[in-house]
Write a protein that binds this ligand. Structure first.
Ligand SMILES: Cc1cc2nc3c(=O)[nH]c(=O)nc-3n(C[C@H](O)[C@H](O)[C@H](O)COP(=O)(O)O)c2cc1C
Length: 164
């Protein structure tokens, strides 16, 4: 299966309800993932989930979302035909005037190629750990990885992308 490179000037966006069902996707989302709007609308966002993505990363993602916090992540996504594309993603929770979460929004852009070397190795270790020792062990490994840099998870991902 081949890698599809996301162009530098592209923003891939989607909106979900609070359970992660897609309620909006832009044209570039559909173009890169290879689906029509009809095929993705109201479907769970894991429609583009790639098996190389560790469960631990999504566990962290949903913990941030539940706390109404934004999160950054490098994500390997799967296209309809089985190819893959890497993105640097930002996910935010939209709030109503009462401060209640109403939906989630994600913007993805081309990832820093050097970051992907570090991230691919980390994700490979986490997936292996999940297969051997389960999600809790992998989640601990992810936490230990973050702690070894002495900065927050978002800060680390931001810096790996080359942003400060
Ligand atoms: C706004 C938003 C955007 C998301 N974008 C992606 C994405 O691009 N790729 C992906 O695999 N999961 C994405 N997810 C996470 C999925 O909802 C899901 O948790 C993940 O694919 C793992 O699937 P699973 O929970 O069935 O194991 C997103 C979630 C939200 C709320």
């Amino acid at each position: 299966m081949k890698e599809i490179i996301v162009n530098e000037d592209i923003l891939i966006t989607s909106k979900t309800d609070l359970k992660g069902n897609i309620i909006y996707a832009n044209d570039d989302f559909l173009k890169y993932a290879g689906y029509s709007m009809k095929e993705v609308l109201y479907k769970p966002h894991n429609i583009v989930r790639h098996p190389d993505m560790p469960k631990a990363v999504f566990k962290l993602l949903w913990e941030y979302i539940k706390n109404k916090n934004e999160i950054f992540a490098f994500v390997k996504n799967k296209t309809k035909s089985g190819d893959y594309y890497w993105v640097f993603a930002n996910i935010t929770v939209s709030l109503n005037e009462k401060g209640e979460a109403i939906n989630c929004y994600s913007v993805r852009r081309a990832p820093n190629k050097d970051a992907l070397k570090t991230i691919s190795e980390l994700y490979k270790n986490l997936v292996e750990c999940e297969q051997k020792d389960g999600l809790q062990a992998s989640y601990k490994k992810l936490q230990d990885f973050i702690a070894s840099y002495n900065i927050s998870y978002n800060q680390l991902i931001f810096e790996l992308q080359g942003l400060k």
